[in-house]
Every structure is written in structure tokens, then in C-alpha cells.
Design a protein around this ligand. Structure first.
Ligand code: SF4
Ligand code: MG
Length: 336
């Protein structure tokens, strides 16, 4: 499989009055063509900053890309000019957000917004673009698209606005779609419909997807591979099967243990792992999870664990993988 996106050793910081917040600290991951990669982790772990950096949407300043490369379709997105980036964003990269109102224009009809995007990015004539806009609205499951196209975003329900956002994103035929918590604000039935829609569109267009979410049910439903982030670093990555059925990082164990079950309420809190993530102004020099980890050893607080290969697709950054480490039992949480 060929890599469409390859993020290498990415470091992103934000300047604040209290100091430099090191939000992303050496992130590596890739996305193959036609693949869905989920980035999971609790809020503040750097997943949204990573995706916004790929889109070059972080405000600079206060944001700053300290180091790293973002290879996308033969270019380094860290290095391209703002003008080139604007072109890439409209044609090869697209993003959908949790709240579509932040990216829909409230003063323009939904049909016109799609039409303008088609004229700009696919260079269609206006009548062809109007026709295509209606086709797209139909494709994303908006009923009576001809009359809906003439309405404004506020006349749409939350689920319909998210569908309209997807229609706009698709109007540029992106190679990569980044979806940041696309279903979080929606109720469970609509969530399932949106995920289903993304899956069908991916099959149809072969689009790669990065899905940013804290909802592991959604991940299980759509992801090929999973990247687990904690305190600005990738702590574990692997295929969906590897991360869900054979997780090796204590943080991932905690995530999996907190996965909402079908018989429980869906909105339940993700993390029953006690404690909170470290301060990223002065992050610990060792493993960032040490303060919350039941398996922490002396080495953990002193040295950052390196990524260890468990398979060609499965990697974990934890001292428990060191050949000299005591065996941890994830079921009892005890060493030995
Ligand atoms: Fe826990 Fe140590 Fe592994 Fe960090 S490196 S997750 S503290 S065992
Ligand atoms: Mg976020």
C-alpha cells in the first residue's frame, strides 16, 4: 500500500503568558491511500492540534511548528507557501468539524456554498455546478435537495448541516478528509448515519480519512488503523484489531476498559483512569503517563520510553516492552 500522508517527528507549540505549551511532541504516523486512521485520546492530547497542523490551520503565532515534516502527495506541507497551501486545502485536503456552523457561511444558501466551491475547485460553469450541487446533496442523503439547496444553514437540523458539510468537503474531491469529532454533537441514530455515509463515500471515491474522536465505538465501526495519543505523543499505534484486542500500553488498557458498552449509556465518560495529564509547559522528562500508571517503574520517571515494534504495524512506547521489564498483568493491574 502506498502512503498518502506521512507525518514525521512533528513538534507543535503554543506561546502563552505562562510559557510555551508543547502540545505535539514528536508525532509520527502515516495514512495509506483509501485508508481510515483514527486518532484517539482525551482532550488536550494533541489530536486536534495535529490535524489542524496538517491543514495548516493553527494560528501562527501563537502556534508554531517547531520541527517535523508532513509529506502529502509528494510535498512537505510544513514547507509549502500559504498560497500553495490554500490551493491544496481546497482541492486535495478537506476537513469537517464537530460544529458545522463554524465552517458554513450563515449568510449564504447551502446550495450556493457548494456551487461556489465547485466553480472554484473543479472549474465548473455555474449551471453545471448548480446541478452538481444538488446531486451532491442527494448523495449525502438530504431529502428534496432542490428546495433544500435554496435554504440557509440555520434552516437545517444538526445532522443535515453535517451532511451539507460533507457535501462541501466532497465537492473538491479530496484525497484526504480530516474529520474532527464529526459526530460528537449529534444523537446516536444520526451519528450512525453520518459514519455510514462516510464509509460509503470512501468506497465510492477512495478518499483517505483521518478521524479524530474520543468515541471508541465509532472507531471500531470505521477505522483500519488506530493512533493513540497521550500528552502530545503517540503512545501506541496499530491496526484496529491490534489496538482493540491486543493493546500493550497501560493507557490504551484504560481506554479499552472504559469503552462504552451497548447496554450502558452511550455518553458515559471515556476515562475512569484517575488523575490528569501532565502540564505541557514543563512536561515530565520520562513517560508522560507515569503519574497515572499502575505499572510505573523507576525508569519510567527518568527516561522517555522509545517506540518498540510489536509487529510491522503495531508499535508501543512503554518500558514494559523492554526485555528486562517485569511482566505486567493488564487484567489485575499488578506486576508479576
Ligand atoms: Fe507505565 Fe512506565 Fe509504560 Fe509509562 S513507560 S506506561 S509509566 S509502565
Ligand atoms: Mg479537539
Amino acid at each position: 500500500m502506498s502512503k498518502l500522508l506521512d507525518v514525521r517527528d512533528l513538534h507543535v507549540s503554543f506561546t502563552t503568558y505562562n510559557g510555551e505549551v508543547k502540545a505535539v511532541r514528536g508525532v509520527n504516523f502515516y495514512v495509506n491511500k483509501g485508508e481510515t486512521v483514527a486518532i484517539v485520546g482525551e482532550s488536550g492530547c494533541g489530536k486536534s492540534v495535529t490535524s489542524q497542523t496538517i491543514m495548516r490551520l493553527i494560528p501562527q503565532p501563537p502556534g508554531i511548528i517547531r520541527h517535523g515534516e508532513i509529506h502529502f502527495a509528494d510535498r512537505d506541507l510544513v514547507k509549502v507557501s500559504d498560497k500553495q497551501m490554500e490551493k491544496i486545502r481546497g482541492s486535495e485536503l478537506a476537513m469537517i468539524f464537530q460544529d458545522p456552523m463554524t465552517s458554513l457561511n450563515p449568510t449564504m444558501t447551502v446550495g450556493r456554498q457548494i456551487t461556489e466551491s465547485l466553480i472554484k475547485h473543479q472549474k465548473l460553469g455555474s449551471s453545471k455546478a448548480r446541478q452538481k450541487a444538488i446531486e451532491l446533496l442527494r448523495m449525502v442523503g438530504i431529502p428534496s435537495p432542490e428546495s433544500r439547496a435554496k435554504q440557509y444553514p440555520h434552516q437545517f437540523s444538526g445532522g443535515m448541516r453535517q451532511r451539507a458539510m460533507i457535501a462541501i468537503a466532497l465537492s473538491c474531491r479530496p484525497k484526504l478528509l480530516i474529520a474532527d469529532e464529526p459526530t460528537t454533537a449529534l444523537d446516536v441514530t444520526i451519528q450512525a448515519q453520518i459514519i455510514d455515509l462516510m464509509k460509503r463515500l470512501q468506497e465510492k471515491f477512495g478518499t483517505s480519512i483521518i478521524l479524530i474522536t474520543h468515541d471508541l465505538g465509532v472507531v471500531a465501526d470505521i477505522a483500519d488503523r488506530v493512533v493513540v495519543m497521550y500528552a502530545g505523543i503517540v503512545v501506541e499505534t496499530g491496526t484496529l484489531h491490534e489496538v482493540f484486542f491486543n493493546p500493550h500500553h497501560p493507557y490504551t488498557w484504560g481506554l479499552m476498559a472504559s469503552m462504552p458498552r451497548l447496554d450502558l449509556h452511550h455518553e458515559q465518560e471515556l476515562l475512569p483512569i484517575s488523575g490528569s495529564p501532565p502540564d505541557l509547559i514543563s512536561p515530565p522528562k520520562g513517560c508522560p503517563f507515569a503519574a497515572r500508571c499502575r505499572h510505573a517503574m523507576k525508569v519510567c520517571t527518568e527516561y522517555m520510553p522509545e517506540m518498540t515494534d510489536l509487529s510491522s504495524t503495531h508499535q508501543v512506547a512503554c518500558w514494559l516492552e523492554h526485555p528486562m521489564a517485569p511482566k505486567a498483568n493488564k487484567h489485575t493491574g499488578r506486576n508479576g
